[in-house]
Design a protein around this ligand. Structure first.
Ligand code: NAG
Ligand code: NAG
Length: 990
């Protein structure tokens, strides 16, 4: 009963309401048609003239704006004769004067002139011309005549030049927006600014003084190029101050943060702007604080807890350090927190668990430690957790699944251990899981992955998984959104996946390195959007299918360390293929090398058994950058046509093949070439003269060929050459220029000319000006030659050190060596050798040096290995050499030395063989080790081991990491672009 009664009354009331509404509307219409035109003719004319001043551009001119553009002026005078009814026009109700004009996003195209009839609208209080195209005309100084203006918005309207100082006469201004797109994307720099300020400090000071009423100031993307004057902090009405991407410099006055009315401050993308956060007062209104990509430093003060109204705190990419204060947990309104890419240390305070409204938590790329911040588990609104690139340890909480709104968890590059918890696979909103580069040993519940229907990226590579039974790969086939999958290190059973299985056609990145795969997976054939494929470190046998080359989006193909033996199907170049990187290295390929695409830029084919000639097609690669065909069995000549696109090439490695003929004279345009390695072939003739054009060359290695000619002094002007290896060829002649000019090679650090036929003497000032080996470099950070190369490609070299040949898989830029051994050099060892203070390895053995060992050698405090054996040196070993504490290996055997061995422990620790064949040498301590020095004895085992260990640790330091980190960089790139996408995606949705 009651129910039906109330529904009847509801019905009646609705009818009454509708009637009333109808009447009101009618009355209003009648009234409106009765009122006379409010519009003043002069105002109307001005507007119509203004309309005529501009063409209507196409909306797609305004690409930066993602709203709608409507050509508002089009309808003017057509819809109504009363200009006060026109779109975008507001009149004063009493006077009828136009006081507001909003022509934002109106497709206006044309110059905004000083004499525009806009300036006849003298009563304007509010003017918005944002998002139009004023074709790079300047801001007219006649704006100063619109003295009543309170709001002026010229943002994003293609105005160019200096902001006229006359604008500062508009003392009624409350809101001024001259901004352009201060890129909202994180980590990406914004476009160049069009507007700028003349005499910026003065301008800003005047602005602060004149525009006392200003509440909103946005001049983002205006090129200011100066310091922000203190006066800005006197703007006591300011609510919003946005100075993004203004090229601000110097110290930002921290008192600005204390303006009590200030609600929003954004200083993003001012990399030279320094500053610190002040002690924050209790009375403040701050809601948004953003300092992305600035040089703000110092700590986050405890008083940050006073920003009780703060909604968004964005300090990413600055230089803050110290701990994250616990008081951050008092910002109860906080919804997003970006602290990434700073220097924060310590643990994330547990008080973070109080931020119940938090949706984004990003502390990636700091030095934070401790366990997974458990406070996060309380935050049920969380959509994003960013912890990557820190030092977090311990296991992930098993109840992480309670974060039911989570979309992305980015936790790569930490030291998390244990299992990836099963509950994670119950968060159905998840789109992104990045757990790469940790120490996870297991994944629980991976078979439930299909419960994550929205999953786009799952990155689990570079962990220490100890998963014994293979995971059935078909569990991934139901994930329709999947774009990127990195399961490297997880054994997969892939056999029952067929090409008609249900895999997402959207896939762009598939990384299955080290997944115990034995056959080339057929299903990949249908991944028509695949861009990156990594199948390295598996046991894939047989032929490489030709359908692979027809995946038109494919760019990076990493197949190294498998057992592939050939190419299947058609060996035609695939037109339209975009393959950029192809890594076939360390397989079992035989026969000719097939180059599937001319777009290949990085070609890695080393460590196979390719035979025949280097394919001529290599000369048609449009922009070859790295070509590595080393350790194969290529025959024939080096194709001369390689020179055609030489201007792209950065590294050429043909080491250890059977190539014959000469090194072609093809380097005329090779101005990006950083390394050439043609060692261990059968090449002959002279080095080509065009090598002198390789102004970027760092490494030249021609070891183990039959090259002849004199020492290549013509290369001595190469400004970057660091490593020159001529070892084991037929070079001959003198090692210095007879006219006594400077040796050259300003950056040379490693020179190995051993086992040639160089002869003559070395003048005593020979080592004068070997600058790179004599000057102390402030190298606190170790670098390798090739650091920052694309695809982590490093040049390697084999050198003699401590009597053994040592492979440097990567060459430390501080490593230095001089090896002149096995030639016919005679005369004195130059006294100037003592200038080579940074030298690590010196080998003059197997020559005909005479005279004394120069005592200046005692200056070489960095020296680790000294070989003077098999010469005709006489006299004593200078006693001062005994002080060289880093000298770990010495060989002076087979000379005519006399006297006692120096006292230093390093000399005392050598094998007896180091002194053999010097009938006149003696040393009491030697006796302890060797017994009678004249009788060569077998080396004590202990000594040998120590020796080995020492040279091993040096090798380890030289090598650093195993080569082949192509993978990491590719991923790095993807993560960076992914981050961008996630933020764009989530920031654009309100
Ligand atoms: C200026 O106008 C644009 C377009 O209407 C708007 O998005 C922006 O918020 C305005 N600026 C200010 C400070 O109100
Ligand atoms: C250098 O090598 C080339 C090619 O093997 C040979 O023809 C020439 O005679 C050699 N020159 C000298 C001086 O040995």
């Amino acid at each position: 009963m009651i129910g039906s009664y109330s529904s009847v009354s509801f019905f009646l009331r609705t009818i009454v309401l509708l009637l009333l509404l109808f009447l009101t509307l009618n009355l209003f219409n009648t009234f409106a048609s009765l009122t006379p035109n409010l519009c003043h003719p002069d105002q109307r004319d001005a507007l119509l003239e203004l309309k005529k001043e501009f063409k209507i551009g196409k909306p797609d001119e305004f690409l930066d704006y993602d709203g709608y553009s409507i050509a508002k002026t089009e309808s003017w005078a057509k819809s109504s004769s009363d200009c006060c009814n026109w779109d975008g026009v507001t009149c004063d109700a009493r006077s009828g004067k136009v006081i507001g004009l909003d022509l934002s996003c109106s497709c206006l195209h044309g110059r905004l002139e000083t004499k525009s009839s806009l300036f006849k609208l003298q009563h304007l209080k509010s003017l918005n011309l944002a998002y139009n195209n004023f074709t790079l005309s300047p801001i007219p100084d006649t704006f100063k005549t619109l003295v009543l203006l309170e709001t002026l918005n010229l943002s994003e309207s293609s105005l160019k030049g200096h902001i006229p100082k006359e604008l500062l006469q508009l003392t009624s201004l409350v809101s001024l927006d001259l901004s352009s797109s201060a890129s909202t994307s994180y980590y990406f720099s914004a476009p160049p600014s069009l507007l700028s300020i003349e005499n910026p400090p003065l301008f800003l000071r005047r602005l602060a003084r004149n525009l006392k009423n200003l509440r909103v100031l946005d001049i983002s993307c205006v090129n200011i190029s100066s310091q922000v004057p203190l006066e800005v902090s006197y703007m006591s009405s300011l609510r919003s101050l946005h100075l993004r991407n203004c090229n601000l410099m110097g110290e930002f006055p921290s008192s600005v943060f204390k303006i009590p009315t200030l609600q929003s401050i954004k200083l993003d993308n001012n990399p030279n702007l320094r500053g610190e956060l002040p002690v924050i007062p209790i009375n403040n209104s701050m809601q948004v604080l953003s300092l992305v990509e600035t040089s703000f430093s110092g700590i986050i003060p405890d008083s940050i807890g006073n920003l009780k109204q703060l909604v968004s705190l964005t300090l990413a990419g600055a230089r803050f350090s110290g701990r994250i204060p616990s008081s951050l947990g008092e910002l109860f309104e906080l919804s997003s927190l970006f602290l990434g890419s700073n220097g924060f240390v310590g643990e994330v305070p547990s008080s973070i668990g109080n931020l119940k409204l938090l949706t984004i938590f990003d502390v990636g790329n700091n030095k934070l430690s401790g366990n997974f911040p458990s406070g996060l588990l309380n935050l049920t609104k969380l959509r994003f957790i960013g912890l990557s690139d820190n030092e977090f340890t311990g296991s992930l909480p098993p109840n992480i699944g309670q974060l039911s709104k989570l979309e992305a968890i980015v936790a790569g590059s930490n030291s998390f251990t244990g299992s990836v918890p099963a509950s994670l696979f119950q968060i159905s909103s998840l789109t992104d899981i990045y757990f790469e580069d940790n120490q996870f040993s297991d994944i629980l519940g991976l078979q439930n992955i299909s419960l994550l229907p929205n999953l786009q990226y799952l990155f689990l590579h570079s962990n220490y998984f100890r998963i014994s039974s293979p995971v059935d790969f078909s569990v991934f086939s139901s994930l329709k959104q999947l774009l990127g999958l990195a399961l490297s290190g997880i054994p997969l059973s892939i056999a029952n996946i067929t090409s008609d299985s249900d895999f997402s056609r959207q896939f762009t990145s598939l990384y299955l390195s080290g997944c115990s795969i034995t056959e080339f997976p057929e299903f990949i054939r249908d991944l028509i959007n695949l861009k990156s494929l990594d199948l390295s470190n598996n046991n894939i046998k047989g032929q490489l299918p030709d359908w692979l080359w027809r995946l038109q989006e494919l760019r990076d193909v990493e197949l190294s360390n498998n057992c592939l033996s050939g190419f299947d199907g058609s060996l035609q170049v695939v037109l339209g293929s975009q393959i950029h990187m192809l890594d076939l290295s360390s397989n079992a390929f035989q026969g000719p090398l097939f180059i599937p695409s001319t777009s290949i830029t990085y070609l890695f084919a080393s460590n196979n058994n390719f035979t025949r000639e280097i394919p001529q097609l290599i000369c048609r690669l449009t922009s070859p950058t790295i070509i590595d065909l080393s350790n194969n069995n290529f025959h024939g000549y080096i194709p001369r046509g390689l020179g055609t696109h030489m201007s792209f090439l950065s590294d050429l490695n043909l080491r250890n093949n059977s190539l014959t003929g000469s090194l072609p004279d093809m380097f005329m345009h090779a101005n990006k070439l950083r390394s050439i390695d043609v060692s261990h072939n059968k090449l002959e003739g002279k080095l080509p003269s065009s090598l002198t054009a390789c102004s970027a060359l760092e490494v030249l290695n021609v070891e183990g060929n039959a090259f002849n000619g004199t020492f290549p002094f013509q290369l001595s002007s190469l400004p970057k050459l660091q490593v020159l290896v001529l070892r084991s060829n037929n070079f001959y002649g003198k090692l210095h220029q007879s006219n006594g000019v400077w040796f050259g090679f300003p950056e040379l650090k490693i020179i190995d000319v051993s086992h040639n036929d160089f002869f003559g003497t070395l003048p005593s000032d020979y080592f004068l000006n070997w600058t790179a080996i004599s000057a102390k470099k402030d190298n606190t950070q170790l670098h390798y030659i090739g650091d920052f190369h694309d695809y982590g490609y490093y040049t390697s070299v084999v050198l003699m050190n401590k009597g053994v040949s040592m492979a440097l898989e990567r060459i430390l830029t501080i490593y230095t060596a001089i090896d002149f051994s096995g030639n016919r050099i005679h005369g004195q060892v130059p006294e100037s050798v003592g200038l080579l203070k940074e030298l690590h390895v010196l080998n003059f053995s197997r020559n005909s040096f005479t005279g004394h060992i120069p005592s200046s050698l005692a200056n070489l405090t960095a020296l680790e290995s000294l070989d003077l054996s098999q010469n005709k040196l006489s006299g004593e070993i200078p006693p001062k050499l005994g002080d060289l504490s880093s000298l770990g290996w010495i060989n002076v055997s087979n000379n005519q030395l006399v006297g006692s061995i120096p006292q230093g422990t390093q000399f005392q620790r050598q094998n007896c063989s180091s002194y053999d064949g010097n009938p006149g040498i003696f040393g009491p301590s030697l006796k302890d080790i060797c017994g009678d020095i004249h009788v060569p004895t077998s080396t004590p085992v202990l000594e040998e081991e120590e020796e080995e260990e020492e040279s091993f640790s040096w090798v380890a330091a030289g090598i650093g990491f195993a080569p082949g980190v192509v993978f990491g960089l590719t991923i790095g790139y993807i993560v960076a672009s992914y981050k961008h996408e996630w933020f764009m995606k989530s920031l654009s949705t309100p």
